[in-house]
Ligand binder design. Structure first.
Ligand code: NAD
Length: 491
């Protein structure tokens, strides 16, 4: 068991409080992987102050040089990929293959933003004033608070920290309390690559640490990913201070399968989207909206595929679906399965906790499918964040679109059809930040913007070049070379 510390001002430090967080393997709760400090407001404040002290020198470090640090971290992460993947699987529960995929995403993100160090460009814009040269520059915002969830504990922190650092911001990073080990491994990689003290700080803990970071006067922007409940509070606190804030929150992503779709493809993608990463993805497929004429065949094929999935410890190469992340998430999932039953949806497969054959000490749930779900049922409206899929039968394409859009979230959505007209109509009208045509709801790439609309997201998108716009301020500069006072256009 590793005993973890905070990383503040370039030093590994104990918390000023004595409480500890236990980091437990969700596939085998007898295994305590690590312990981390449940840090105090004083620890969080110390990290914010360290980030503020480090800011002037980091801001003045040329952006291409900041980018070179990210290249070094990218190479370090490639070297430590297997070690990091195993820690991620032990800590969060996803399969080793999924962990490797997540880490590869983080490696790609580091590579992309390292390159952005040479491309943080502004514009030159023709002024309507004579002999005036007008241009824009992107400048660092300042110390940034980065608050992340447990479900992608490597990729999400990196897709915030990398653009922040290359933009010239310093960072205070609070990982989720369930995943402190991978956070420490990330900080070690930055430390080993020559990161100046205070440029990246890590403070373990929960609400108290997060609230202190968002309200600390040194913090100039907040990037949050997590639940709507917490994101709403973070957004309100940031708004009260008038600082920049982006919140990426929940999803209830639909896959729409029209009658002319390639059914084999649609079934396989639904399985991947619904049960990959145990359904614990913000982009997980949570609803399948299927044209009624093909629904029975679609559901039968889904049932057979879901029942063939191997649920178990993610370290076992045969495993397709790992555990829920902790007891709380397990009970949320089981509770929603009960809700689905009592709402009158038809349970097709799964629906129970699995406690046999080496799974006695883990939080395992059988992949679960409900059919004949009404779009207004709670299991069709609320984020479950587990291996539970709701199938909604729609009489025609128009009602399929209404059902797909009939939730408060809008992260990702898939449309399966072979009709090009209908495809474009869905692409135009689906209410989601990411649309997939004939591919699953999950996924994303380092250089492509990521984020949702409606209640899923507020603030600018993450990843892609647009991420730099969040971590920088745009400054407009007028250079008047008339040599005289301005005449006309004085507004
Ligand atoms: P959560 O909201 O419980 O916690 C997120 C982070 O906020 C954690 O680090 C937590 O300690 C911290 N926190 C808790 N209270 C706080 C407060 N008052 N002030 C500041 N910080 C506080 O979320 P979770 O359970 O860790 O993650 C699951 C959620 O994340 C799901 O809703 C999922 O959809 C969402 N998510 C969204 C995306 C996306 O890009 N849209 C990606 C991944 C996960």
């Amino acid at each position: 068991m590793r005993s973890l510390r905070n990383y503040i001002d370039g030093r590994w430090t104990d918390s000023t409080g004595g409480q500890r967080i236990r980091d437990i393997n969700p596939a085998d709760t007898d295994e305590v992987i690590a312990e981390a400090p449940a840090s105090t407001a004083a620890d969080a404040a110390a990290a914010c102050e360290a980030a503020a002290r480090a800011f002037p020198a980091w801001r003045n470090t040329p952006a291409p040089v900041r980018g070179q640090l990210l290249y070094r971290v990218q190479r370090r992460m490639e070297e430590r990929k297997e070690e990091l993947a195993e820690a991620l699987t032990r800590e969060e529960g996803k399969t080793l293959g999924e962990s490797r995929g997540e880490i590869q995403r983080a490696i790609n993100v580091l590579e992309f933003f390292a390159g952005e160090g040479r491309r943080i460009t502004g514009e030159t814009i023709p002024s309507e004033l004579p002999h005036n040269f007008c241009y824009t520059v992107k400048q660092p915002v300042g110390p940034v608070a980065v608050i992340t969830p447990w479900n992608f504990p490597v990729a999400i922190p990196i897709w915030k920290i990398a653009p922040a650092l290359v933009s010239g911001d310093t960072v205070v990073f609070k990982p989720a309390p369930l995943t402190p080990l991978t956070a420490v491994m990330l900080a070690e990689m930055f430390e080993g690559c020559g990161l100046p003290p205070g440029v990246l700080n890590v403070v373990h803990g929960g609400r108290e640490v997060g609230e202190t970071m968002v309200s600390h006067p040194a913090v100039a922007a907040v990037s949050f990913t997590g639940s709507n409940e917490v994101g709403g509070q973070v957004y309100a606190a940031a708004a009260a201070r008038g600082i920049k804030c982006q919140c990426e929150m929940g999803g209830k992503n639909p896959i729409v399968v029209l009658a002319d779709a390639d059914l084999d493809l649609a079934v396989e993608s639904t399985i991947q989207g619904a049960f990959g990463s145990t359904g614990q993805r913000c982009t997980a497929t949570s609803r399948a909206v299927v044209e009624a004429s093909i629904a029975s065949e679609f559901v039968e094929r889904l049932r057979a595929r879901a029942a063939s999935l191997v649920v178990g410890n993610g370290l076992d190469p045969k495993t397709n679906v790992g555990p829920s992340v902790d007891e709380r998430q397990l009970s949320t999932v089981l509770n929603y399965i009960g809700v689905g039953r009592s709402e009158g949806a038809r349970l097709v497969t799964g629906g129970e906790r699995l406690k046999d054959g080496g799974r006695e000490r883990g939080y395992f749930v059988a992949p679960t499918i409900f059919d004949e779900v009404d779009p207004n049922m709670r299991i069709a409206q609320e984020e479950i964040f587990g291996p539970v899929l709701s199938v909604i039968r729609a009489p025609d394409a128009k009602s399929a679109l209404e059902a797909a859009n009939g939730v408060r979230f809008g992260l990702s959505a898939s449309i399966y059809t072979s009709d090009v007209d209908r495809m474009f109509r869905f692409v135009d009208q689906l209410e989601a930040g990411i649309i997939h045509v004939n591919s699953p709801t999950v996924g994303g790439e380092a250089h492509i913007p990521f984020g949702g609309m409606k209640a899923t997201g507020v603030g600018l998108r993450e990843m892609g070049r647009v991420a730099i716009d969040f971590y920088t301020e745009l400054k407009v500069v007028y250079v008047d070379y008339t040599g005289g006072k301005r005449t006309g256009n004085l507004y």
